[in-house]
Design a binder for this molecule. Structure first.
Ligand SMILES: Nc1nc2c(ncn2[C@@H]2O[C@H](COP(=O)(O)OP(=O)(O)OP(=O)(O)O)[C@@H](O)[C@H]2O)c(=O)[nH]1
Ligand SMILES: [Mg+2]
Length: 504
């Protein structure tokens, strides 16, 4: 019986203390217990397993916390303040349930100021500090008459909307297409149908930026075209570092022209000729009929590597070959920095164009670097400031006239265009400054668009200034024979017999 009672009392003892209790019992009742040790061990082991089962069963009854609940517990519990760690007394005195609702109040308070914050994103957009005036889409100057004592540049009359629209359509009706990059002239694919215009200028003058602006990239976007993304969009890669364009890169604009496939000419043997063809003739013939691809675009612009700083002499040699040999080359656009003006390298390239007999148009770039839009217009006024765009135009004409002295054909109005076009292709403030005009200048040179203004820039005036009359209709062009030339200090006589004053 005593053994049974002992065992019963042991049952109520926690399992971790059974061994100690048994030792105490053995010490207090050394003889009377009389329980074999093996049975005690067995008993203790069974109670331990039962107790373990109970302990393990308790957590199983609890619902396992979800992922969303876990962070809540962590947020509410500060380190060292877990409820399980707190003494029971504290848990009793504390009234967490009553205080807990105060926390959401603290959360609600910051929510109120958030609403007005979300309503005020606009103050971040600061208005540009620069002028708000709208940039002219076409901006060009004509040279003053030789007898003008002031020798001021004359703002050219605005092109007709028809011709501006036609030129803009070519460049923007579809995405530009990056056709190829040719490191050497030999790498150029054969082209017998699509007119080409090349863009020349010193390194960093803004050639690639202008090409992007022509295709519709606005302002800063035109001057920040980098990497594969720009390539995929058909854009020219630009950089603030000189010498970024290292190959002759061709870009296609406008839809493909409708051209009939080239027909093979009759063989000389068939015509009874026995002449043996030279190697270059055979190669040309072979490429002409077998390798020329179907035209993809209406117009090709070739972005040339810049000359001057960071350039390579090899590029110059290849460019000269291109200018001399490319059959579909309709003209060259030479870009000149509005601030820097004509440099030694520019003179050398203009001389190259003169020698190769390539028709040339000058476009002034970075005109936005002149402080305000007012100064553009002051270029033509009598109270103009020094260093205005008008002064720059006068200097450019002087240079061109010096260069043309060595040629009989490459002359004002024939070899080079008298009208100077002013642009700010990469201007972040006045996006698109003069870009529509530049499109017209290029499309006109390529023979794709007619300039409908009553200008006679084919020939330089010998005496006085050119009289231009507003065209009665947008499409009518006054023939060269009908243009009336003004004599110095006199009015002009129009064909109808009346007298009219020289315009400008
Ligand atoms: N402010 C202003 N910056 C321009 C303009 N045009 C070009 N730029 C900047 O001038 C830098 C050179 O432009 P690019 O178009 O890469 O010059 P590039 O002539 O092609 O230069 P290379 O390829 O090195 O021969 C870029 O950082 C352009 O953002 C402009 O009209 N106005
Ligand atoms: Mg470039």
């Amino acid at each position: 019986m005593t053994n049974q009672r002992t065992m019963a009392s042991i049952l109520a003892i926690p399992p971790n203390l059974t061994f100690l209790v048994l030792r105490q019992l053995a010490a207090s009742r050394p003889v009377a217990v009389g329980v074999p040790i093996s049975s005690i061990r067995l008993f203790t082991s069974t109670t331990a397993t039962e107790a373990r089962q109970r302990l393990t069963a308790r957590p199983a009854l609890r619902s396992t916390p979800t992922l969303s609940e876990k962070p809540r517990e962590r947020q509410s519990e500060k380190p060292g303040t877990r409820q399980s760690e707190k003494p029971k007394e504290k848990q009793l005195f504390e009234k967490p349930k009553a205080r807990q609702p105060e926390k959401p109040k603290a959360k609600q308070q910051p929510e109120k100021p958030k609403e007005p914050q979300s309503e005020k994103p606009k103050p971040k957009k600061k208005k540009p500090s620069g002028p708000v005036e709208k940039a002219p889409s076409s901006f060009s100057f004509l040279p003053p008459p030789s007898n003008d004592p002031n020798q001021l540049a004359i703002p050219a009359p605005a092109p007709t909307p028809n011709s501006l629209f036609a030129a803009t359509h070519i460049f923007t009706c579809q995405k530009p297409y990056f056709m190829y990059a040719a490191p050497r002239f030999l790498n150029f694919p054969v082209n017998t149908h699509v007119p080409e215009v090349c863009i020349l200028g010193r390194s960093n003058v803004g050639k690639s930026t202008l090409i992007n602006a022509l295709s519709g990239a606005a302002g800063a976007a035109a001057g920040r075209a980098h990497g594969l993304e720009a390539r995929r969009a058909g854009r020219a890669i630009t950089s603030a570092h000189a010498g970024s364009t290292k190959t002759m890169n061709a870009y296609g604009f406008g839809p493909p022209p409708k051209v009939a496939p080239p027909k093979k000419e009759a063989e000389p043997e068939e015509q009874g000729e026995t002449r043996i063809k030279s190697r270059s003739e055979r190669r040309e013939e072979k490429t002409k009929f077998s390798k020329e691809r179907k035209p993809t675009n209406q117009l090709i612009l070739v972005d040339m590597p810049g000359y001057g700083f960071n350039s390579q002499s090899e590029w110059g040699k290849e460019i000269i070959k291109y200018l001399e040999k490319r059959k579909m080359l309709k003209g060259a656009v030479v870009l000149i920095d509005s601030v820097a003006g004509v440099k030694k390298d520019d003179r050398a390239v203009l001389g190259m164009l003169r020698d190769a007999g390539v028709r040339t148009t000058i476009i002034l770039t970075k005109a936005d670097k002149i402080d305000s839009m007012e100064e553009y217009h002051q270029g033509a006024g009598k109270e103009r400031e020094k260093g205005s765009i008008g002064d720059m135009c006068v200097k450019v004409w002087e240079e061109l006239r010096k260069i043309e002295e060595e040629s009989l054909t490459w002359v004002e109005g024939k070899g080079w265009e008298r009208e100077l076009w002013v642009t700010g292709a990469g201007d972040p403030r006045n996006a698109g400054l003069g870009i529509a005009g530049a499109r017209l200048a290029i499309a006109k040179m390529a023979g794709l668009v007619r300039d409908e203004r009553a200008l006679a820039d084919e020939e330089a005036p010998e005496l006085g200034s050119v009289v231009t009359k507003p065209a009665p209709t947008a499409s009518k062009i006054i023939p060269f024979d009908q243009i009336v030339w003004a004599t110095p200090h006199q009015g002009t006589t129009n064909p109808k017999g009346g007298r009219e004053k020289a315009s400008f």
